[in-house]
Structures are given as structure tokens and as C-alpha cells.
Design a protein around this ligand. Structure first.
Ligand code: HEM
Length: 463
């Protein structure tokens, strides 16, 4: 099956409009640019090797040559820490957990969680991913359905099942609403933090975000407290609580357990949900490719629905997922702050400068990709144009690379296979899909699609 993709016409999915020249910095604080991180870039941004901005007293470097990105994320990674401002913004929800810590504290936490995300541990979760996908689809009927909501509910259940012993407090409609609100309020909080102000709600959106943060933090604190003193069952949370207890003083161990519970709960489902949503959108626009992917999924499932090798039998779907994450990286941008003076090629970096890494721009850069805005999973087939390791970084790169990258990939492939095998997805006429989101990238207002069951000819033996 690998390498076989039916010829089809060029398809350029939507992206925000691009003007010819640079957009003034102040525009980033108003309107759509303040709400959607990938909005407002000029055409030039996708052609230059490097950009620099001065944003409210911060010097912001934006390296767009893979070698420069490699320098920041790998070669001199010790000099580039998570920015103070990002830590301040994230602290109310994820404290000093893995995503928002540096140095020895980061190393200790990374070591503690690493075993849970080792390849064998993740591959063993295929049945968990498949069960959640099947349960979701069992409730569908022909007609229109918001697939962004379906994807979020499914990945939320998976993270609860895989890491938190299926705790139902983490899978209700309430956390879904509060998480969406917390992410929506990020733009407003970011502006306050950059202005050096106390971060506090200004608007109804800000208040909803604050309420969402408090809800999440309180729920996860309760979930962790109930497991004390010994962590309870031998699952992710239990192992985390015990390992932190062995390493840190009681108060610190408890705080870090809650920080990491929140980190993994949030980082572990919203990102994958967005990847699934965009993949379904792209496939809904490309019916011939969708049929091929569905055929591949049926064959793969028929050979063993719940076995760890299932993802290996989905080479076309894997390329579709890779191309989805190129065009719509769930984390379109992430930042570092320089600790000591350095150089980015010919550009001088001073301590305190921000270095912004932009998968969104790197993944669509004209110097790095052929026809960068077109959807073409074939570019990930063997024999395609050679790539630099740091030009395609949906999961980041270097030592801080996403610890859940394999989890997310296997999860997304399993869910897509289950859903495509049983259902077809078509666009809703008249519905316009637009990119949205300050932290993660999703379609504005969800993704309504028209669903049809693929018919009773689909038969899969129960394994
Ligand atoms: C498609 C899905 C996902 C995408 C696109 C994604 C993307 C990323 C990126 C870009 C980073 C690096 C950020 C930086 O360097 O500043 C990251 C880090 C991280 N991700 Fe993911 N992620 C995904 C799924 C997951 C899942 C499923 C989990 C957990 C179950 C997870 C947990 C984390 C954690 C804890 C970190 C911080 C790692 C560290 O700093 O050591 N992510 N992710």
C-alpha cells in the first residue's frame, strides 16, 4: 500500500490572509491578531531566514533557517530556557510541572515520567485508544456533527483512561467547557503579562478563563489528594505521586504532583484533538484520498483491531497525519529566553531576549518546501524532497521534544482508522473553516461535518 496515492487535483486549504509587507507590532494587541497567533503574518515572513521584532521592550528573535532552530533547541539548548513570562502565564494552571520548568527540576521530572511514554508502554495502549474511538462512533447517526467536539471528548476520555484510571471528573462536559474558556482567555492574559501588569480578568472572556483555571486546578488537586499518601493504583498518576514523594519534600511533592497532573491532562488531549479535527477536515475536502485511507483502515483493522502493530499497517494515514501537522501544527509557536549572550548566525542575542520558534512559519516556508500551502501527504512518502531535521517540528525538537509524541501519533492513527473505517465525512455546504486559537490551533467555531455510515459491507472479525 505504501507509496500508492491516487492522482488528485491541487488543494490549498485555508490559511489567514497575508499582506505584502511586515505588520506593525501594535496590531498584535487588537482584534483577530490578539486572539489568533497565526493571524497577521505577511508573505515576507514565509521567505526570510530570520526576523526580529521589538515587542513592548522585549527583543524577539524568530529564526527561520533550520540550522538556527537547531542551535536554539539542541546545540546550545542549555542557554535557552522557558521564558519567565510564559511561566507566569501558565503558573495558575500547570505550576512548575514538566512543561514549564527548567534545569534540575525539569530533568528530575522528565526522568520520572519517561518510562510511561517508552515505546512499549505506548504501543500497549492501542486497545484503550480503539475502545474510546469505537464508543464515540457508536453514538453517531447519519447527519451533521461537530467533529471538533467529538475529537476533544474522545482524546479527553483517553487521557483520563490511560493516565488517571478513567476518572470521570476529567471527562465531563464541564472540564471541556472550562478548558476551552481557559485557552480563550490566554490572549488577554498575555498582553497584561507583556505590559508587566498583574494578570487579572479584564473582560467577560477573561473572567470565564479565570473560572476555568480555578475549576481545573481544584478538580486535579482533589484527584491527587484522594490518592495520598501512597499514590494508590500502579498507573501513571500513582507512579508519579510515589516517585515525586521519594525525591521531594512533602509539600513540594504534592504541588508537583498536581502541576504534572494538570500538565499531562491539558497537554495530552487538546493538541491531539486538534490534529484529529484538522485531519478530518482535510480528508472531508479530498473524497478520493479519504476513500483510500478508509480502505487502508479497513484492511488494517481486519488484520487485528487491537494489536500494537495496527499503526504500522497505516502508512497512508500516517502520511496524512504528518501532512496535517505540517499545515496545522497544534502548537503553532513556542518560546525560549536567552540566559547568556549568544549569536544566532550573524545576529547577536542578549540575555533576556526571547527566541520564538514558529512551526507554523517553518512548515510553510517557501525556501524549505515545494508548494508549501498545498495539502500533499505524498511529500512524506519515501523518496520525497530531503528535509532538515529542524524544518518539520510539530512536536518540538531537542531535549524538550514532546514527551507524548509517540502517544499522540499512535492515538491519532488508531482513532482515525476506527472512524474512517466505519464512516464517511463530507463538508457542510456554506460552512467556512477558519484557523483560530492563541495557544493551540483549531477551526473557529468547531468543525461541523456531514457523516454517513459506510454501509454494512464493512465487516471486521472480533479479535
Ligand atoms: C498532536 C499532539 C501533540 C502535539 C502537536 C504536541 C506538541 C508539543 C510541542 C511542540 C512541545 C514542545 C514545546 C517546547 O519545546 O516548548 C510539546 C511538549 C510537551 N508535550 Fe506535547 N504535543 C502533543 C501531544 C502530547 C501528548 C499526548 C502528551 C501527553 C500525554 C503531551 C505532553 C507534553 C509535555 C509534558 C511536554 C513538555 C515536555 C518537556 O518540556 O520536557 N503532548 N508538545
Amino acid at each position: 500500500m505504501d507509496g500508492v496515492i491516487a492522482p488528485r487535483s491541487r488543494f490549498v486549504p485555508p490559511h489567514p490572509p497575508r499582506g505584502p509587507g511586515p505588520v506593525p507590532v501594535w496590531r498584535g494587541f487588537f482584534g483577530e491578531r490578539a486572539r489568533t497567533s497565526v493571524y497577521g503574518w505577511s508573505r515576507q515572513a514565509f521567505e526570510l531566514p530570520y526576523m526580529r521584532r521589538n515587542v513592548l521592550g522585549f527583543r524577539v528573535h524568530i529564526p527561520l533557517e533550520p540550522e538556527l532552530v537547531q542551535h536554539v533547541l539542541l546545540d546550545n539548548a542549555a542557554n535557552y530556557l522557558k521564558p519567565d513570562i510564559v511561566k507566569k502565564l501558565l503558573a495558575p494552571v500547570i505550576g512548575r510541572g514538566l512543561l514549564s520548568s527548567d534545569g534540575q527540576l525539569w530533568r528530575d521530572q522528565r526522568r520520572i515520567v519517561a518510562a510511561n511514554f517508552a515505546p512499549a508502554a505506548v504501543d500497549a495502549l492501542v486497545p484503550v485508544f480503539a475502545a474510546a474511538a469505537r464508543d464515540a462512533a457508536a453514538r453517531w447517526s447519519a447527519g451533521t456533527r461537530d467533529m471538533a467536539v467529538a475529537a476533544t471528548a474522545t482524546t479527553m476520555r483517553i487521557i483520563a483512561d490511560a493516565l488517571f484510571a478513567g476518572d470521570r471528573r476529567l471527562t465531563d462536559e464541564a472540564p471541556m467547557r472550562h478548558i476551552a474558556a481557559a485557552l480563550e482567555g490566554f490572549g488577554e492574559a498575555r498582553i497584561q503579562a507583556m505590559l508587566g501588569l498583574k494578570v487579572m480578568p479584564w473582560s467577560p472572556r477573561g473572567w470565564r478563563a479565570r473560572k476555568g483555571q480555578i475549576f481545573l486546578r481544584e478538580t486535579l488537586t482533589q484527584v491527587v489528594r484522594e490518592r495520598l499518601p501512597d499514590g494508590g493504583p500502579d498507573d501513571f498518576l500513582g507512579r508519579l505521586i510515589r516517585a515525586l514523594g521519594d525525591k521531594f519534600e512533602d509539600a513540594d511533592a504534592l504541588a508537583l504532583a498536581v502541576d504534572n497532573a494538570a500538565t499531562f491532562y491539558l497537554a495530552g488531549h487538546e493538541t491531539t484533538a486538534n490534529a484529529l479535527t484538522w485531519a478530518l477536515f482535510l480528508l472531508s475536502e479530498q473524497p478520493a484520498l479519504q476513500e483510500e485511507a478508509a480502505a487502508e483502515a479497513r484492511a488494517a483493522l481486519a488484520a487485528g483491531a487491537d494489536d500494537a502493530e495496527l499503526p504500522d499497517r497505516l502508512p497512508l494515514l500516517r502520511r496524512i497525519l504528518e501532512e496535517t501537522l505540517r499545515l496545522y501544527p497544534s502548537a503553532p509557536r513556542f518560546d525560549r529566553q536567552a540566559a547568556a549572550p549568544d549569536r544566532l548566525g550573524e545576529h547577536e542575542v542578549q540575555p533576556g531576549d526571547i527566541v520564538s520558534i514558529w512551526p507554523w512559519i517553518l512548515h510553510r516556508h517557501r525556501a524549505l518546501w515545494d508548494d508549501p500551502d498545498a495539502f500533499d501527504p505524498g511529500r512524506f512518502a519515501e523518496g520525497g524532497r530531503e528535509r532538515h531535521r529542524f524544518q518539520y517540528i510539530p512536536f518540538g525538537a531537542g531535549q524538550r521534544t514532546c514527551v507524548g509524541a509517540r502517544f499522540a501519533t499512535i492515538e491519532a492513527l488508531t482513532i482515525l482508522a476506527e472512524w474512517l473505517a466505519g464512516w464517511s465525512f463530507a463538508p457542510v455546504p456554506g460552512h467556512e473553516v477558519r484557523t483560530h486559537g492563541m495557544v493551540t490551533l483549531r477551526p473557529a467555531g468547531g468543525l461541523p461535518l456531514r457523516l454517513e455510515p459506510r454501509g454494512s459491507s464493512f465487516f471486521r472479525p472480533i479479535s
